[in-house]
Design a binder for this molecule. Structure first.
Ligand code: F6P
Ligand code: MG
Length: 402
């Protein structure tokens, strides 16, 4: 039985002493603002707005949006639930998502003029993409020669480990040397449904493949979404699925989250590769997009402050047509679980029974929340590695197919 609303555990708050949620606001957000100033050569007016924003985060209440825009009323209505609260005493996910919207106001992203539509994280994204295509090029020939079963596993695991390096978290990004799958990494997968996922995807009925439509709720640029693309290409090529839908962000979010333009950029980049097999991967992906076997979709809900439980009805209906939704990354996982302090041994289905489609979670651990562990497992992990929940070393491949 799903828990009754009055029994819901408390949300993660930015006020929790010593928490990662707290250091996200106190240290990481100012650092993100500094990087945006350094990368973009903004005029003094915008730099000043960013500096004022930084000062507000340090000690003042969260102020409403003041610009014009179609989403402003909605954001300010959400903010009203936390009226007068400082950044350091707010529900963590609300504070973070609102931070990105306020940053876009400060850099005039939505306002007519020179900076309209200019991605403040674009420079970081491009270098991440270059690095990712380079890394893929080193491993790709070997992968394409493997038997389908092996290739599938390597691609699935690479899609997981590619999530290690998100650009909003510099510490993990620096430490996450290897985004590609290796067999030694197997021990770092705390929940590993690889075999069931393979069976589900490769399975056939008398009428053909078991699954028709596969969806990704994508996360970051770089190896993360590059391997989503490679996995999609593999599954289409094997005939294991017929259609893949990518759900992307409609504007810059959490620094490295991929937008439609970022996916198009990486598909173009692949096509310029000097490695013939990488170039043809790029060409095949281009065809998949043109012929609508891969759909690149954006939707404002993904950049909102809402939890997945509060998904708009039209999106819920759309996802209900999917045979499997692959949910990538830490923030998506937090939104799936209402960003609350669930006991670690809570079964995932107890919380996610509202989700409209079968679900596969590919997430590396970078936030203080997890469910689905065995009794004693969390305690053993803490004894072994005190920062296991946030250091991005471990991951989960968790299938929820009621
Ligand atoms: O900032 C909160 C957080 O969940 C971090 O833990 C993580 O670094 C970041 O968001 C983004 O993670 P991801 O790109 O995997 O969603
Ligand atoms: Mg991200």
């Amino acid at each position: 039985m799903p828990p009754h609303p009055t029994e819901l555990p408390p949300p993660l708050m930015t006020s929790e002493p010593g928490s990662f949620a707290r250091s996200t606001i106190v240290e990481r957000k100012p650092q993100i603002i500094r990087q945006v100033i350094e990368d973009n050569g903004y005029p003094p007016q915008i730099e000043q707005a960013l500096e004022m924003f930084k000062a507000e985060i340090a000690s003042q209440p969260m102020r409403p949006l003041t610009e014009q825009g179609p989403d402003v009323t909605l954001w300010n209505r959400e903010l009203a639930h936390h009226r007068g609260r400082p950044w350091g005493d707010a529900p963590w996910y609300f504070a973070e998502s609102y931070f990105y919207r306020r940053l876009l106001e400060a850099v005039r992203y939505f306002q007519p003029g020179r900076w309209q539509g200019h991605d403040p994280f674009g420079k970081q994204k491009r270098s991440q993409e270059d690095m990712a295509v380079d890394r893929l090029a080193h491993a790709w020939d070997q992968l394409t020669e493997a038997e389908p079963e092996m290739a599938f596993e390597a691609l699935l695991h690479s899609s997981l480990w590619g999530n290690r390096a998100d650009l909003s978290n510099y510490t993990v990004a620096i430490e996450a040397r290897n985004g590609l799958a290796t067999t030694e990494e197997r021990g770092n997968i705390l929940i590993d449904d690889t075999d069931n996922v393979r069976e589900l995807l490769a399975g056939r009925t008398a009428r053909g493949p078991r699954l028709r439509r596969l969806d990704f709720v994508n996360d970051n640029v770089g190896l993360d979404s590059l391997f989503d693309l490679a996995l999609a290409d593999f599954l289409l090529g094997q005939g294991w699925v017929q259609e893949v839908v990518f759900h992307l962000k409609n504007h810059p979010f959490f620094v490295s989250d991929a937008m439609v333009k970022d996916m198009r950029a990486v598909i173009s980049l692949l096509q310029t590769s000097h490695v013939p097999t990488v170039k043809s991967l790029g060409q095949r992906l281009e065809m998949h997009v043109q012929e609508q076997r891969i759909l690149l979709k954006e939707e404002p809900f993904w950049t909102s402050s809402l939890m997945f439980r509060d998904m708009p009805p039209a999106l819920r209906v759309d996802l209900a047509h999917s045979d499997l939704v692959i949910l990538k990354g830490d923030v998506n996982y937090r939104r799936l679980l209402d960003d609350r302090h669930w006991p670690y041994t809570t079964r995932m289905e107890q919380v996610t029974d509202y989700f409209p489609a079968p679900l596969l979670v590919l997430r590396t651990l970078k936030g203080e929340i997890i469910v689905g562990l065995e009794p004693g497992q969390a305690e053993a992990l803490t004894a072994q590695d005190p920062t296991w929940l946030i250091n991005g070393k471990r991951g989960i491949i968790q299938l929820e197919c009621a």
